[in-house]
Design a protein around this ligand. Sequence first.
Ligand code: TXA
Ligand code: MG
Length: 330
Amino acid sequence: MARIIPIATDTDKAEAITAATETLLRHRPVAIPTETVYGLAADATHPAAITSIYETKGRPRFNPLICHMADLDMAERYAVFDPVSRRLAEAFWPGPLTLVLPLKADAGIHPLATAGLDTVGIRVPVGFTAELIRSLGRPLAAPSANSSGRISPTTAQHVEADLGEKIEVIVDGGPCPVGVESTIVKVENGEIRLLRPGGIEAEAIEAATGKTVIRPKASGTAAIEAPGMLASHYAPNASVRLNATSVSSGEALIAFGPRDISGSSAAMAVFNLSPDGDMAEAASNLFDYLKRADASGATGIAVGPMPDEGLGEAINDRLMRAAAPRGTEG
Ligand code: TXA
Ligand code: MG
């Protein structure tokens, strides 16, 4: 069983850094808290370490991993920054933004981490994980700490329930404040292309750069650009029905905002992502409520309408993947 180590006090934190560093040096993965979701981290320069991530998650090896850095200086040792990407790094790091950049081939990121691509996805996370990277002195490859295709974990308990038998250490930083994964962008010829909506709103990227963020032309384009972005992901056991305006028998309800949804009093369980209609609160509750609705015994999960602006873009993206036909998991 995994050991769960809190980081509430400085003493706890020092112990967590020591235990996590020691485990990582043995090329075993460690579950770490980030501001977005919990990650399953391993040394991005070591093949056995990276292999342990793919094996623990049951993840296809064509799906590259995000490499986490302590700061921009460290990131520049491993990737080539164009001016727009550097501007984005300065504006949003540390934080929930991943930049896909040309890889410096001989700098040490192992090809297993990038699935052999000549680019690398990089981000600088907030808080504990940056300290851990500094202690290790190497970048950490870290996908979300869930079995491939399942809902991403936003608490240490979510990680324990899914991977607790397979890993040694879970660092418990409490609930993740952002709650959805990082926004992934790639700058090409000065244009910013959105590969995955996430914790940084596209509108904020546009405000910081004065450039329009280009969305994938049609569904499916992103799947080629970000190889892991297959249609079905975050799959609960119950089926998921979006834009529901009423609840059917046997369903649980995930609502948003003050709007009333008919039949909700007969629902198997009712969750409201944010009764006041606050998007940041909704994002932070999303994965936990999906898991809890799934655990309620409901045969289906009805999800109320959610605006598509700001963080709503990332929330709707995750909901669509949760609702997608199964058999195409990433
Ligand atoms: O917030 C997050 O991003 C979390 C935390 C742990 O940092 N991580 C995360 O990792 O969501 P993961 O593995 O669940 O998603 C990584 C996504 C995948 O869709 C992958 O295909 C894409 O990033 N990706 C990684 N490297 C890439 C590259 N070089 N080019 C295009 N897409 C890339
Ligand atoms: Mg994931």
